[in-house]
Design a protein around this ligand. Structure first.
Ligand SMILES: CCCC/C=C\CC(=O)SCCNC(=O)CCNC(=O)[C@H](O)C(C)(C)COP(=O)(O)OP(=O)(O)OC[C@H]1O[C@@H](n2cnc3c(N)ncnc32)[C@H](O)[C@@H]1OP(=O)(O)O
Length: 238
């Protein structure tokens, strides 16, 4: 599955819905042995959640958006397929979350790329299931530090903390993803055993999590922080 939502593969409601439909179709296809997620765009795997979906939108729309974010995570983290993230560019926040849902992460060894949960930089707090996914990937202490600082990691740092499993030359990300994928057959029951408690936690609190998100994101102070972050993104470009 090659992500293609220019300019930066930000995860809008529409794009998330498309991703979920694609994963569902693959999941039902008996001939499909697994899934490699990568990006069709240069330099960016995914810029994470579409910030415009969280800025100046109605509570109803925010709720709909958040349900789609949850759905993407539930589908990918709970997938019965072998999943590999072929991270061929930067992958902040929701992009990092999407990578962490996969069984294995291969990243392009380009020091200009970065990956991490940077929510703190936007003045927002990563939800518990973002935190849980990271804890399951890199451990409690690294997650605590990482979330507090909104830390982004270059590929070498990401490999060191176990956020990615393998670094490869930029032009060989696809080759190595397929080679690794071929070495794995269908996931055994250990995958669901490891992930079930984390998945059940969100499933049982899904509606409350949506309510929390909507009341948090629509606060004036949070809208102001997001507005300032958007300004910063645009200024950085000039
Ligand atoms: C309780 C709530 C919990 C959930 C919270 C958050 C989860 C998230 O995922 S929030 C999103 C966090 N993402 C980021 O902070 C990434 C910001 N973007 C970047 O760092 C860079 O854009 C990136 C490294 C991805 C790519 O760099 P460039 O190739 O140099 O591109 P530009 O920076 O010039 O961006 C082009 C264009 O896209 C707009 N943009 C970038 N990211 C996003 C995004 N996540 N959502 C919406 N739009 C985004 C950027 O502003 C530029 O727009 P224009 O100026 O209009 O061209």
């Amino acid at each position: 599955m090659s992500l293609q939502n220019p300019p930066v593969n930000s995860l809008s409601l529409e794009f998330l819905t498309d991703i979920c439909i694609s994963v569902e179709k693959l999941e039902m296809d008996k001939t499909c042995r697994g899934l490699i997620i990568t990006s069709s765009l240069p330099k960016v795997f995914s810029a994470g959640l579409d910030i415009m979906e969280m800025y100046g939108k109605s509570p109803e729309r925010c709720g709909e958006f958040w349900r789609a974010v949850q759905e993407m995570w539930l589908k990918l983290y709970g997938s019965n397929m072998v999943t590999i993230a072929a991270i061929n560019g930067s992958s902040p926040a929701g992009g990092c979350l999407m990578s962490m849902t996969c069984d294995y992460r291969i990243m392009a060894d380009n020091p200009r790329y970065s990956i991490g949960l940077n929510e703190t930089q936007l003045g927002i707090v990563a939800p518990f299931w973002f935190k849980d996914t990271m804890t399951n990937t890199v451990g409690h202490r690294t997650t605590e530090l990482s979330l507090q600082l909104g830390q982004m990691y270059n590929p070498a740092e990401a490999l060191k903390i176990g956020l990615v499993d393998q670094l490869v030359p930029e032009d060989q990300v696809s080759h190595y993803s397929h080679t690794n994928h071929d070495q794995v057959t269908t996931p055994d029951r250990s995958k669901s055993m490891m992930r079930k408690p984390t998945i059940d936690k969100l499933t049982s609190k899904r509606e409350a999590d949506i309510q929390n998100f909507v009341s948090f994101i629509t606060k004036d102070s949070i809208q102001k922080s997001i507005g300032m972050y958007l300004e910063m993104l645009k200024k950085r470009k000039r």
